[in-house]
Design a protein around this ligand. Structure first.
Ligand code: BTN
Length: 232
């Protein structure tokens, strides 16, 4: 694992060194100055309190399962948080990890298929103040300060092991995802074929897409923005 005192973005660090870095190299920092989120958002994290890590995947077999990689990463982080004693851990499709209805981890996958995938993971560990954001941290949930470097090493080990056995584990991963699924049976809105529609989330498919019940049909959704519709 490459540990950096400071970096703009661990995902970018890998992107700029794709040829030098080996398959499964992991980059970690507690001081990410320009973190990237999904759909053009930023990922902001107080210095020296949290985990920012990225894992480089160059393995063809894993890259073929791009959509599942995203799902697997969410499941690994969620299960890890449960082992630390956090309650009410859930995954909001595709891979945001929530605890007690607050976001605790964000995952950003970037890549150029079939060459590589970068799995970027941000986990709030010891930060306690999130201002206006609906967010939480390990410290806020269990009251204990944990070394972010240990969290990164643990997640890296478990994630690598799970990815290496992806082929044989798809069914159990999907089952596990569905147990953790924050959206299951909830009404969601999203854009589909140019229209903004509402449907009921019904779990995920083998390719990692979201199954949605819409006008009595199950459709598969792969859009990046799915919103929960809060019924009055
Ligand atoms: C999101 O929730 O929008 C995804 C956030 C992803 C943040 C992580 S932190 C490590 C890696 N490097 C980045 O610049 N972003 C990801």
């Amino acid at each position: 694992m490459i540990k950096l005192n400071e970096v703009n973005s661990t995902n970018n660090y890998i992107k700029e060194r794709l040829n030098e870095l080996d398959n499964f190299e992991c980059v970690f920092t507690m001081n990410q100055t320009n973190g990237k989120g999904r759909t053009g958002h930023t990922w902001v994290s107080e210095p020296n309190k949290n985990v920012a890590m990225s894992l480089l995947i160059k393995d063809d077999k894993i890259i073929k399962n791009f959509n599942l990689v995203s799902i697997v990463t969410g499941v690994v982080v969620a299960e890890y948080l449960e082992t630390l004693g956090l309650n009410k851990v859930a995954i909001k499709w595709p891979n945001d990890v929530y605890v007690n209805e607050k976001k605790i981890c964000g995952i950003l996958l970037e890549g150029n298929i079939p060459e590589y995938i970068i799995i970027g993971i941000g986990i709030n560990v010891n930060q306690t103040n999130f201002g206006e954001l609906n967010a939480s941290s390990i410290k806020n949930e269990i009251g204990i300060k944990i070394d972010p470097a240990l969290v990164a090493v643990d997640i890296n080990d478990i994630l690598l092991d799970t990815l290496r056995h992806l082929d044989t584990n798809v069914n159990s991963l999907i089952e596990r995802y569905e147990e953790l699924d924050y959206l299951l049976n909830k009404t969601i809105s999203f854009s589909y074929k140019g229209e903004n529609i509402e449907g009921i989330a019904k779990g995920i498919d083998f390719d990692g897409s979201l199954k949605v019940l819409y006008k009595n049909n199950l459709i598969n959704v792969n859009t990046s923005e799915v919103n929960l519709v809060r019924k009055a």
